[in-house]
Write a protein of this length. Structure first.
Ligand code: MLT
Length: 261
């Protein structure tokens, strides 16, 4: 069920599902927390999933400035405080991975394990930042439909017309134009996080879809090489959203990691 708490001055919608050790998961851009419902369905009898919507995406209130990754991390830390959750496995898909690394930078003592899915530790270069600004302006002109048209074909290997493609389209359509633009501008500002991963000494799982062209396998290998003892898992027949595209394979990998902590 969807809850809302006002934290850091804004309403933060989140789901809190299941019983067991807590696992905080950040969704990818431009989706929302229900992107993880296939994990909730399969694993919530063993783990407690805490699933916030990033500001301006999903049911989150449109932000006033760029949604910086540190801001997403601070919202989540405030949520954990409000829920009395001390120590937690933190993870996320793509932008959710950037937010996970930001949380690790803000409060490393809170992180019991790290799960990075189809993401990267590097910051944008100048050309990447310019592309994000163009995309932010397109979002303000056209709203989420622009991302259904341009981004969805690269998100899922089965294509936009597949069942999973349609599920992802529905998640994208929940975002506000301002929220989309703010998230793109926030991602453009994110720092390089290789130093954070190199300092991290806890357990880590790195997952990537073998067909991901947005954050490809070599980006995952780079992160795995930075964290001593990290496990790298490549999910066949998946692109950028393996938890939604190949939930059985993804859930098996996640469960193996979580049950070993
Ligand atoms: C995402 O899926 O969250 C985005 O592709 C991340 C990005 O644009 O860098």
């Amino acid at each position: 069920m969807l809850h809302t708490l006002t934290l850091n001055g804004v309403p933060l919608p989140y789901r809190d599902e299941g019983h067991g050790p807590p696992v905080l998961l950040f969704h990818a851009f431009p989706l929302h927390g229900e992107a993880f419902m296939k994990q909730v369905k399969a694993l919530s009898d063993r783990y407690r999933f805490i699933l916030p919507d990033v500001r301006g995406l999903g049911r989150g209130a449109p932000p006033s400035g760029p949604t910086e990754m540190a801001l997403i991390a601070r919202d989540a830390l405030a949520l954990l405080d409000a829920l009395n959750v001390e120590s937690v496995v933190v993870g996320g898909v793509s932008m959710g991975g950037y937010a996970s690394m930001a949380l690790l930078r803000e409060d490393p003592g809170r992180v019991r394990g790290l799960v990075l899915v189809d993401t990267q530790a590097t910051a944008d270069d100048e050309a990447g930042r310019a592309r994000r600004e163009a995309s932010a302006q397109e979002a303000l002109r056209e709203g989420p439909e622009a991302f259904v048209r341009t981004m969805l074909p690269r998100l899922v290997a089965a294509g936009p017309e597949s069942d999973v493609g349609q599920e992802v389209a529905a998640l994208i359509r929940a975002a506000s134009p301002e929220g989309l633009a703010a998230a793109q501008r926030g991602m453009a500002l994110r720092p390089d996080s290789k130093d954070i991963l190199a300092r991290y000494a806890g357990p880590a799982l790195i997952v990537v879809g073998e067909k991901d062209a947005i954050t490809p396998v070599d980006k995952a290998r780079q992160m795995a090489d930075l964290i001593s003892g990290a496990r790298l898992e490549i999910i066949p027949d998946a692109a950028h959203l393996p938890n939604q595209e190949q939930p059985d394979a993804f859930n098996a990998v996640l469960d193996r990691f979580l049950s070993g902590l």
